[in-house]
Design a protein around this ligand. Structure first.
Ligand SMILES: *Cc1c(COP(=O)(O)O)cnc(C)c1O
Length: 361
């Protein structure tokens, strides 16, 4: 069997009741102290993770498993130097989850209620004991190799087989430890000729079905030796849209930072929004507008992708129609590195947070 995701023992489950309310509860599935867990064999550890990943409340044959009728979120809890923990803009994730569920006609949970549940889930999880502590060594490479807790809330439908909307879904939230994301070395991307999202489609919400095409494009890029796939718009195949699960930014040689404007084929990333605000605050001109592949190739000075998983990921070169184009090397002075340092600094509590983005757990 493949490796089970190493989810923490505490999980949150809420079921939508026919009367119109959510009935939520927390479960501590196969709990172990860190010391006891470390004593288990690899096989036993795997069995624990597998057991935590099984929910007798949920039915296998459902609109979610058959037709990808489900949405998800991804956010992080960050360890702070003083031993406390924070989350980064979690209410924005909960609001997006509400929009995503509404976008596939599922009943929604109030963002404030979901946030309260996620905070409670993290309090339980941290109390149970997580294998992550703030390390000052993380500061040396701008937290590129720092650890955090990744929180994954998602919706799952009631049982069903015919194509239909989900009326009494579940919301489940689990978490896992995550470590640094960066493989050092140059990251490159391939411009995909696939179409991730079309006008009138679901590109603007975080739903499971969007990820099939992203996965195909990413695998094709990886097969050819590129780290990431970048999608162009579906109509003209001319304008940059997104990475496989990240937003993209181009710093032009004239110093303007450009990112595609939000529309129904673009996922409104919370990192994207944060980066726009941080760039403006340091005096960079930011434009949200269409940016074509030819503008990137002729005028691009830096290219980076943004998302919760990694923050800002510099992309040093792209493959377009079989030709490779270098995008200037990004050193310590680059805008990409400066913004990454600001963002991670706020998230890990090294820098002040003038935006009230950080929420104490
Ligand atoms: C989640 C996601 C992003 C990044 O959003 P963040 O809120 O910054 O994590 C970008 N694009 C797609 C398609 C996504 O699913």
């Amino acid at each position: 069997m493949a490796f089970a995701p190493n989810i923490h023992s505490w999980v949150y489950l809420a079921e939508f009741q026919n009367g119109g309310t959510w009935k939520g509860s927390f479960q501590n599935k196969n709990p172990y102290t860190l010391a006891d867990f470390a004593k288990l064999s690899q096989e036993e550890q795997r069995a624990v993770y597998t057991a935590r990943n099984q929910f007798s409340e949920l039915c296998l044959v459902s609109y979610t498993s058959q037709y990808a009728l489900g949405v998800f979120e991804g956010l992080k809890a960050f360890p702070q130097a003083d031993g406390s923990w924070t989350m980064f803009r979690p209410l924005d994730n909960c609001k997006r989850m509400q929009r995503s569920m509404a976008g596939i006609l599922q009943p929604t949970m109030e963002p404030e209620a979901l946030l309260e549940a996620l905070l409670e889930l993290m309090r339980h999880t941290i109390e149970q004991g997580v294998d992550i502590k703030y390390q000052s060594s993380w500061e040396r490479d701008h937290f590129n190799n720092a650890c955090a807790i990744y929180i994954r809330p998602f919706s799952y439908s009631e049982p069903g087989l015919g194509v239909n909307r989900s009326q009494t879904p579940w919301i489940i939230a689990v978490s896992t430890p995550v470590s640094g994301y960066f493989d050092s070395g140059k990251s490159t991307a391939m411009i995909s000729d696939r179409v991730r999202a079309m006008p009138g489609g679901t590109g603007w919400i975080k739903c499971a079905s969007n990820y099939v095409i992203s996965m195909l494009a990413r695998c094709e890029a990886r097969e050819k030796g590129f780290m990431e796939a970048i999608f162009l718009d579906g109509k003209e195949q001319r304008y940059l849209e997104e990475g496989s699960g990240s937003n993209i930014f181009v710093l032009l040689k004239n110093g303007t930072l450009v990112t595609p404007e939000l529309k129904d084929t673009i996922l409104p990333g919370i990192t994207r929004d944060s980066v726009i605000k941080l760039a403006k605050a340091e005096g960079t001109c930011v434009e949200e507008r269409p940016v074509s592949i030819s503008e990137l190739l002729s005028d691009g000075a830096e290219l980076f992708a943004t998302g919760t998983a990694a923050g800002l990921v510099p992309i040093h070169g792209i493959d377009y129609k079989g030709s490779y184009y270098d995008i200037s090397s990004q050193d310590e002075e680059s805008l990409t590195v400066r913004l990454q340092t600001r963002l991670k600094g706020i998230q890990y509590g090294l820098l002040p947070d003038p935006y009230d983005w950080v929420v104490k757990i």
